[in-house]
Design a protein around this ligand. Structure first.
Ligand SMILES: NC(=O)c1ccc[n+]([C@@H]2O[C@H](COP(=O)([O-])OP(=O)(O)OC[C@H]3O[C@@H](n4cnc5c(N)ncnc54)[C@H](OP(=O)(O)O)[C@@H]3O)[C@@H](O)[C@H]2O)c1
Length: 292
């Protein structure tokens, strides 16, 4: 079995290492964190590996996962390159969503093959079970040898691997922030707007839950075009105009955001084809924002 050493063994690496170890995909080698206590805690949670205090204490392994916070990955790769551990059999990878494998390029000087592999899920829970992890999409890019081995390791945990280009990683990660984090922001903006209309947050949350869940269910069942409903889908310019006037009076940035999101809805409404063309043209003028 190949050995995997981990530099930076926090939330993500503890779960992955435990799963790879339990399923006999990798034997866990050394674990280096900032503090030895944290490395020992990781060893206990994984049920394998040896905690070390310094890069110079690490023994040679087949694969090296650098799962520190993103800002530390390059520095750790540079230190690893200087360690004397890396040769042409080594594989070095990280799991950042935004950085490409290029950040590991220093170890290429020693012949290592490099990759980035980003599992699209949150590792907030200390340890995920195989059942919980199964079906997770992982996007990979990098050099063939590293991508092949790391893909196989994720697929052995029933993850679904997809290829991404290094140049696209930043936008790929931005998209994740929009669909997940900004959905939360959008909901918060909705709560603030209900509050402005005199309905408190507690009641709003109860009131909108079925409404929002139904929207999400329709979105995934029918797709964005067919699931769009409301005034823009109907081409109702008068209603949109009153919404905008109310928002302008309250907060110009909120009105601007409403216009921008409205113009995305307008594209969907065009594709849906329910509203008449004249209404769609009037809406375009009202929303007055380019979407592409
Ligand atoms: N968490 C997620 O949900 C998630 C999801 C997808 C991808 N990722 C990616 O996975 C990577 C790790 O994220 P994470 O959330 O697991 O981070 P984390 O929980 O903050 O853990 C980071 C670990 O790195 C160690 N560390 C920090 N600087 C170090 C250094 N210079 N040398 C050695 N060890 C160092 C820390 O040690 P101490 O414990 O001693 O402080 C800690 O154990 C990142 O690239 C992130 O973008 C995370």
């Amino acid at each position: 079995m190949r050995t995997l050493t981990i530099i930076g063994c926090g939330s993500l690496a503890r779960s992955l290492a435990r799963l790879w170890s339990e399923n006999e995909i990798f034997a866990i080698g050394d674990i280096l964190n900032r503090s030895i206590d944290s490395a020992k805690e990781a060893v206990a949670q994984i049920g394998g590996g040896s905690a070390v205090s310094l890069m110079s204490d690490i023994r040679q392994a087949d694969l090296y996962l650098i799962a520190t916070p993103d800002s530390q990955i390059k520095g750790c790769a540079d230190e690893l390159e200087q360690s004397g551990l890396i040769d042409s059999n080594s594989i070095v990878f990280h799991c950042s969503g935004v950085l490409s494998s290029e950040v590991l390029s220093s170890v290429k000087k020693r012949g290592a093959s490099i990759a980035s592999a980003h599992p699209l899920r949150s590792f907030a829970k200390p340890i995920l079970s195989k059942v919980e992890f199964a079906g997770t999409y992982c996007s990979l890019e990098g050099e063939d040898r590293a991508v092949k081995t790391v893909s196989q390791a994720f697929e052995a945990l029933d993850a679904i691997t997809i290829a991404i280009e290094a140049k696209d990683k930043v936008l790929y990660h931005t998209a994740g922030a929009i669909v997940c984090n900004y959905l939360t922001s959008l909901m918060e903006l909705g709560l603030q707007t209900y509050e402005k209309a005199g309905i408190d947050r507690e009641l709003t949350l109860k009131m909108i839950e079925p409404f929002v869940r139904g929207t999400l269910d329709n979105f995934f069942a029918l797709g964005p075009v067919a699931s769009l409903s409301g005034p823009i889908a109907r081409g109702d310019c008068e209603t949109i105009s009153t919404h905008l006037a109310a928002l302008e009076e309250w907060s110009k940035p909120k009105a601007d955001l409403y216009r921008l999101l409205g113009s995305v809805a307008l594209e969907l409404s065009r594709a849906q084809g329910t509203a008449n063309r004249k209404s769609l043209e009037e809406l375009k003028v009202l929303l007055n924002t380019e979407t592409s």
